[in-house]
Ligand binder design. Structure first.
Ligand code: C2E
Ligand code: MG
Ligand code: MG
Ligand code: MG
Length: 293
């Protein structure tokens, strides 16, 4: 059903198609097969310090290059995976890829310590075995728990509180950090945020979009940054597309940023190149600081 583009490559998946039940069922069985055939891939989007412009980490984002439909967006197939229970296998795949890749980067140079963020769904968090699985994946890969961040949406703060709290505390003990993704779009109360062992707030793109440079529309972002500072949480702005947004975010005291302006999600090799360039620059700086004989 996918249209062919003129260059013969498969067209980008048209989400309007997935309303049909038949289509949805096909997609579901295709996803099941894709998991078996290891058709899914993991791309990585870089995160930068806003003050220094230094590369600090990457976010792992799952990709599904469907053989006939082209790229199916995660917003389409992640919900299907959640509804059918395939999310656990999908999640294990992404996490193991991300940790192995993170360790590969760590071994490339001692000059760059990239943080690796992985999105997890509430369904994964509710599963009893999840903490042990993450621990095992970290052990197998050798990737340090302190460099892993698990991203989850605000909805976890209001659902199944006891299980989630226990799970998050276990991660805290391991040294794994927790980020609240798309922050500001849900309805987490201050007290929830205070009681959960959260480390990072990711400011949703919809708020960043409104930072036009005129100074108006800044108050929401400002409020979140202040909240982060009060609760001693890092703040990362998502979806930076314009340079004016960077200036506003810096002025507001936001620490880190991610977005198409800095770099789109891409295959691991893209990040390897970025990382090597950063490492070379830092190595040269370190050399220059050492007196020569
Ligand atoms: P997210 O975790 O909030 O990821 C950010 C999304 O915004 C990504 O879309 C990214 O490509 C996109 N993005 C980044 N910078 C910009 C920008 O400057 N402008 C715009 N317009 N978009 C930008 P993507 O990869 O399509 O992922 C969508 C969502 O799917 C993610 O939102 C996340 O909730 C979910 N997802 C992706 N990978 C996984 C995964 O491995 N597991 C789970 N459970 N969910 C995932
Ligand atoms: Mg995310
Ligand atoms: Mg997000
Ligand atoms: Mg999102």
């Amino acid at each position: 059903q996918a249209k062919e583009r003129r260059d013969g490559r498969p067209a980008v998946y048209d989400p309007s198609l997935h309303h049909e039940l038949l289509d949805r069922m096909t997609l579901e069985s295709d996803l099941r097969r894709a998991l078996i055939d290891q058709e899914l891939e993991v791309h990585y989007q870089p995160t930068y310090m806003l003050d220094s412009g230094e590369l600090v980490g990457v976010e792992a984002l799952v990709r599904w290059p469907h053989p006939e439909r082209g790229m199916v967006p995660p917003d389409v197939f992640v919900p299907i995976a959640e509804q059918t229970g395939m999310i656990h296998e999908l999640g294990r795949f992404v996490l193991s890829q991300a940790c192995a890749q993170g360790q590969e980067w760590a071994e490339l140079s001692p000059f760059v310590d990239l943080t690796v963020s992985v999105n997890v769904s509430v369904k994964q968090l509710q599963r009893r075995e999840f903490v042990a699985e993450v621990q095992e994946t970290l052990r197998e890969s050798g990737f340090p728990p302190q460099r892993l961040v698990l991203e989850m949406t605000e909805s976890i703060l209001v659902s199944d509180t006891e299980t989630i709290l226990r799970t998050l505390r276990a991660f805290k003990e391991m040294g794994v950090r927790i980020a609240i993704d798309d922050f500001g779009t849900g309805y987490s109360s201050l007290s929830y945020l205070h009681n959960f062992p959260v480390d990072i707030l990711k400011i949703d793109r919809s708020f960043v979009e409104r930072l036009s440079g005129t100074g108006a529309e800044e108050s929401l972002v400002e409020t979140i940054v202040h909240l982060g500072r009060t609760l001693k949480l890092e703040t990362i702005a998502e979806g930076i597309e314009q340079p004016e947004q960077i200036h506003a975010l810096r002025r507001l005291g936001c620490e880190q940023a991610q977005g198409y302006h800095f770099g789109r999600p891409g295959p691991a090799e893209t990040v390897t190149q970025l990382m090597l360039a950063t490492a070379a620059r830092r190595e040269a700086q370190a050399d220059a600081a050492v007196p020569r004989h």
